[in-house]
Design a protein around this ligand. Structure first.
Ligand code: PLP
Length: 360
């Protein structure tokens, strides 16, 4: 028998593999903290745990494929028709469904760069071409340049607000001006994975923009503010026919019964969960101010992480953090993204940052 391997799609060649944040134990430290994946450091709420535990007893059954109870909860909360909501395996799953639904070989997907590292991956898988528009010098989306990059092959544009990994935002007036320039047959996806951490009143709620504009779709997740990263549930709010296309491109039964129950219980416990978000926002403030006092330039973050543009010293800095028991997320040659975590973890990170500055 000849030793040829199965033929795979040529588009898959050269796709960067998604790099998950390193686990906390990677440094071999006894008390290591993971600040590398923008997770919520708080453990699950007891009430959510109870619902999950009850749901576990039913895992011999398939979940409700339509996520009916969760969808109706979300529809009521946002004041949108049920048919405008689509759930998926995390918002990254929904983002991939959106690319699959709109883009294929010969098409173009525009997004800022650097931004969420899944965008190039899911675009390349679809066979479409990525058009990466550099962030401004202040690490903010360059919306004018993004609008200039639109061609008749553009199918989808991601606007990550706040942007991962810089934490920076685009505000109402500039976003509306941008949306006015986008042709109505091009889908704009407002990725609002970190929406609940925003305190800048000038940042618009994407759901308000969606109401007026049929080509705008909003992505949200239960992974960050609601602390359900491990259960994989996110959703989109979009007009028809986009929402219907999302149901077509979904992995059947992708959102487990456990995840659906946890999401509903989390919505019911929203006050408590948003209280935790408030504490993390205070920590973000404290960490940002302490870094600036040490002399660092820190872009104003509206998310649950901060960005240090370290350039050539990125890897060295990440290694120093790891040696002291905190794992951060380096982007070699560019900078590190550091999640706001437990106070002890943030304090260790601040100490490392201070010592590192002194060696500069
Ligand atoms: C901007 C952005 N969008 C989407 C996601 C995906 O999150 P999830 O798939 O857990 O909902 C992330 C995760 O880090 C993110 O940073």
């Amino acid at each position: 028998m000849s030793e040829t391997s199965p033929k795979l799609r040529a588009e898959l060649e050269g796709i960067p593999t998604y790099k998950p944040g390193k686990p906390a134990a990677a440094g071999g430290q006894a008390a290591a903290y993971k600040l590398s994946s923008n997770e919520n450091p708080y453990p699950p709420l007891p009430g959510v745990m109870e619902r999950v535990t009850a749901a576990v007893a039913e895992f011999n059954r398939y979940p409700d494929m339509a996520c009916t109870a969760l969808m109706s909860e979300l529809a009521g909360r946002f004041g949108v028709p049920l048919s405008h909501i689509a759930t998926g395996t995390g918002s990254v799953g929904v983002a991939q469904q959106l690319v699959q639904a709109t883009s294929g070989p010969g098409d173009e997907v525009i997004y800022a760069w650097r931004s969420f590292e899944a965008y190039p991956i899911i675009t390349q898988i679809s066979g479409a071409r990525s058009v990466q528009v550099p962030l401004t010098d202040g690490d903010v989306h360059d919306l004018d340049a993004m609008a200039d990059a639109i061609t008749d092959r553009t199918r989808l544009i991601f606007v990550c607000n706040p942007n991962n990994p810089t934490g920076t935002v685009v505000r109402r007036a500039e976003l509306e001006r941008f949306l006015d320039r986008v042709p109505s047959d091009v889908l704009v996806v407002l990725d609002e994975a970190y929406r609940e951490f925003i305190r800048d009143p000038e940042v618009p709620d994407g759901v308000e923009l969606y109401r007026e504009r049929p080509n705008v779709c909003v992505l949200r997740t239960f992974s960050k503010a609601y602390g359900l990263a491990g259960l994989r549930v996110g959703f989109a709010i979009a007009h028809e026919p986009v929402a219907a296309a999302l149901r077509k491109t979904a992995v059947p039964f992708g959102v487990s019964h456990i995840a659906q129950e946890a999401a509903i219980a989390s919505l019911e416990a929203e006050d408590e969960l948003l209280g935790r978000v408030g504490s993390l926002v205070c920590e973000r403030q404290r960490v940002s101010e302490a870094l600036r006092a040490q002399g660092w330039t820190v872009p104003e973050s509206q998310a649950n992480f901060v960005w240090l543009r370290l350039g050539e010293r990125t890897t060295e800095f990440a290694e120093a953090c790891e040696r002291h028991g905190v794992v951060v997320r380096p982007f070699a040659g560019e900078g590190v993204r550091v999640t706001i975590g437990e106070t002890e973890a943030n304090d260790i990170f601040l100490k490392v940052a201070e010592a590192f500055r002194e060696t500069k």
